[in-house]
Design a binder for this molecule. Structure first.
Ligand SMILES: Cc1cc2nc3c(=O)[nH]c(=O)nc-3n(C[C@H](O)[C@H](O)[C@H](O)COP(=O)(O)OP(=O)(O)OC[C@H]3O[C@@H](n4cnc5c(N)ncnc54)[C@H](O)[C@@H]3O)c2cc1C
Length: 378
């Protein structure tokens, strides 16, 4: 159980684990609790943009992560019907030069495993299985990193439920060897269709391709692993609107899982006293900017810095952390929503969007995200 000097973290997701490491490295005792008894092998990839990778590297995780990551050479934006590449934004060495840290993609469970192992190996961190309700809070500070459906957020008085986006994300992994070369190349691919889009990139050293298909949908069940039907996705991504290449990609995985997508509007106050929120618990966002985990990782680095500055006054440190993080995370939440609207345009508006992207070009497309990827902890 936590001592009166320890920092207690509820939730051992990407945000909670990164916070545990970052805060313990500043000399605090940390206790991290999760309701889940073991990691779920969720079939999903995650993009780690330079603003997030630079923090994980600074935490000493380079060697462990390099075993698992893929460095995509480019971001390709592709027209769903014709399979024509509308824009290519340079990633790989070009992104690393521009932002001072790599742009990676990784299987979510590989990232989670690297973080869990680092936490377990760290002498100042205790990790345990326990739901938030069972934790007797005797620490000096409490961090709610318990995700989109955070119960700590509710106990801080923020009782509004997450809002359903009207979209679902269908996710799958397929063996890369079964794919055509252009589908398994080291690239992040974004296919834009009419009222639906598709993202895919290789993970696990390039042996698997992570596929995410996002469509308008009324299905709104919660949870991370609802099974989904391959025939249904092929019916929804029909040959009338999707090229044979895109449909070959969708036909490759045997098993699909689906997620209903939710976010929440930005929050004016995250915490009170020596209690605060971090990651999706504070600022859940739609996945159209690929930044939810990245923002949780940034939160962790900033919160650790602020706690270290005022060791004897965690409440003051938390208010400073919140002031520093609120506008940036709100901007990311809004930008993610805006991308969602653009990606899900239908009919002539979708054609205009594709034309605009083609004329913008890849380099200028990437430069629009300098505010995100160029960020470093102060
Ligand atoms: C389709 C999709 C694609 C995405 N792609 C990307 C991407 O490419 N890049 C990116 O940066 N982000 C991406 N994201 C977002 C990212 O997955 C989340 O933002 C991120 O996982 C949030 O991390 P977190 O630690 O805040 O919360 P979570 O990962 O949700 O972790 C919360 C933890 O808290 C635990 N918990 C919950 N309640 C309690 C309780 N009461 N007591 C104890 N423990 C509790 C849970 O078991 C869980 O382990 C994507 C999301 C989706 C849906």
């Amino acid at each position: 159980m936590p001592s009166s000097r320890s920092v207690v973290i509820v939730g051992a997701g990407i945000g909670g684990l990164t916070a545990a490491l970052a805060i313990a490295r500043r000399g605090f005792e940390v206790a991290v609790f999760d309701q889940a008894e073991r990691l779920e092998e969720v079939g999903a990839g995650i993009q780690l943009s330079p603003n997030a990778s630079r923090i994980l590297l600074a935490l000493g995780l380079a060697e462990q992560l390099q075993r698992h990551v893929v460095t995509p050479e480019e971001l390709r934006v592709i027209d769903a019907l014709t399979a024509r590449v509308l824009a290519r934004a340079p990633l790989g060495a070009a992104a690393e030069r521009r932002y001072g840290a790599p742009y990676w993609v990784i299987h979510r469970s590989d990232l989670q495993t690297v973080l869990v192992e680092a936490v377990r190996a760290y002498p100042g961190i205790v990790s345990a299985h326990s739901p938030q309700g069972d934790i007797e809070h005797r620490g000096a500070a409490l961090i709610g990193a318990d995700g989109l459906w955070s119960s700590l957020r509710g106990s801080l008085g923020h009782r509004r439920a997450p809002r359903f986006a009207g979209h679902s994300a269908w996710r799958a992994l397929a063996p890369a060897e079964a794919m055509a070369p252009e589908l398994r190349a080291p690239a992040v691919n974004l296919w834009l269709g009419s009222a639906a889009h598709l993202v895919h990139y290789p993970v696990r050293g390039g042996s698997l391709v992570n596929v995410v298909a996002i469509m308008r949908d009324d299905w709104r069940e919660t949870g991370w692993s609802a099974p989904a039907d391959r025939a249904e996705i092929l019916a929804r991504y029909s040959a009338a609107a999707w090229s044979a290449t895109a449909r070959a990609l969708l036909a490759a995985p045997r098993h699909w899982q689906k997620w209903a997508l939710y976010d929440r509007p930005p929050l004016a106050h995250w915490g009170t006293g020596a209690v605060t929120l971090l990651g999706d618990a504070a600022h859940p966002m739609l996945p159209y900017l690929a930044q939810g985990a990245a923002m949780a990782i940034e939160d962790a680095a900033v919160l650790a810095q602020r706690l270290a500055e005022t060791r004897d006054n965690p409440a003051a440190a938390m208010r400073r952390y919140e002031r520093q993080r609120r506008s940036r995370t709100a901007r990311a939440q809004r930008a993610a929503r805006r991308n969602g609207t653009i990606y899900q345009l239908a009919g002539p508006a979708a054609s205009l969007r594709s034309l605009a992207l083609a004329s913008l070009g890849g380099a200028r497309l990437l430069a629009r995200y300098d505010w995100l990827y160029g960020w470093t902890p102060a």
